[in-house]
Design a binder for this molecule. Structure first.
Ligand code: R5P
Length: 284
């Protein structure tokens, strides 16, 4: 097995190679003067099973993924596994308004053209992966999130909406703590309304879990609802810290004690590593 790290995921990819004790090659990815992507894998040959670790977000990284697949195949890879820590376009998984594309399906159709296996982690909707013709697997970050917070005095685990209730249950059960979900209504791309928390949060140290934080609107509103309900501590852990428009600063200045995410997207809050989970999947 050879791990090729794309520019979005160099630290994660090299951690995975270290865990697996296999060869790691960092793709030399840059931009041409006109902004187009350039990538090169500097080695003699890749006569082995190859895993490319690269996000498909933002668009430049998606293009790099396509280019890496071609370069890896041309270098003689016996098989290609795409490890996509953060799968871009997963949220536009259906036509919400007439005239829209099914973006997630489009991405799968193109990414699946030149690979043999796909691994994602906490993809927004798992059903998207069924569009791939090749074997695919969506891993869960719940175990590493639960481990990270095991000794942090958490009393209960909540999700900000019913869509993430399964994640809260998974993390809560692993920690041996009660779990529940809040009620969220999305008002616009940046605004949400979270109904006042009905569970007994008085004096509780609450951990909110979600698959991703984008603008931070959801988590800011959830943290406020929990503080209003009497929670004394509120932390958040998500798998994918997208943090658009300085969302991380907004979150750190809100009712939250701690903001953490996994290293599917590498940033200064990505303290929880999914390298072990991904390495285990590759070993299988
Ligand atoms: C929604 O279904 C997701 O699980 C997240 O709650 C949402 O994408 C977070 O977005 P934002 O941070 O912009 O509120």
């Amino acid at each position: 097995m050879i791990i090729v790290g794309g520019s979005s995921s160099r630290n994660l990819a090299s951690q995975m190679a270290q865990i697996l004790g296999c060869r790691y090659i960092e793709a030399a990815s840059t931009k041409f003067p006109d902004g187009e992507s350039y990538t090169r894998i500097e080695c003699e040959s890749l006569d082995d099973d190859v895993a490319i670790v690269q996000n498909t977000y933002p668009d430049g990284n998606l293009v790099e993924m396509f280019l890496l697949q071609d370069a890896v195949r041309k270098m003689g890879a016996r098989s290609i596994t795409l490890v996509i820590p953060y799968f871009g376009y997963a949220r536009q998984d259906r036509v919400f308004k007439p005239g829209e594309p099914e973006s997630a399906k489009v991405m799968v159709a193109h990414l699946g053209l030149a690979c043999d296996r796909v691994i994602t982690i906490d993809i927004h909707k798992e059903a998207i992966l069924d569009y791939f013709d090749c074997p695919h697997e969506d891993l869960k970050a719940a175990a590493v999130i639960a481990d990270h917070f095991a000794d942090k005095g958490i009393d209960m685990v909540l999700s900000p909406d019913i869509g993430a209730a399964g994640r809260a249950r998974d993390v809560g059960e692993r920690m041996g703590k009660p779990h529940d979900h809040l009620e969220k209504t999305r008002l616009s791309g940046t605004e949400v309304r979270i109904a006042p928390a009905t569970m007994d949060c008085t004096g509780k140290n609450v951990l909110i879990v979600d698959d991703m934080i984008s603008t931070g609107g959801t988590i800011v509103a959830a943290a406020k609802a929990l503080r209003d309900a009497g929670a004394t501590g509120v932390s958040v852990a998500c798998t994918h810290g997208v943090f658009v428009n300085n969302a991380i600063e907004k979150l750190r200045g809100s009712a939250l004690d701690e903001v953490l995410c996994c290293n599917t997207l590498e940033n200064d809050a990505s303290e929880i590593s999914v390298a072990g989970i991904l390495a285990d999947a590759l070993r299988r």
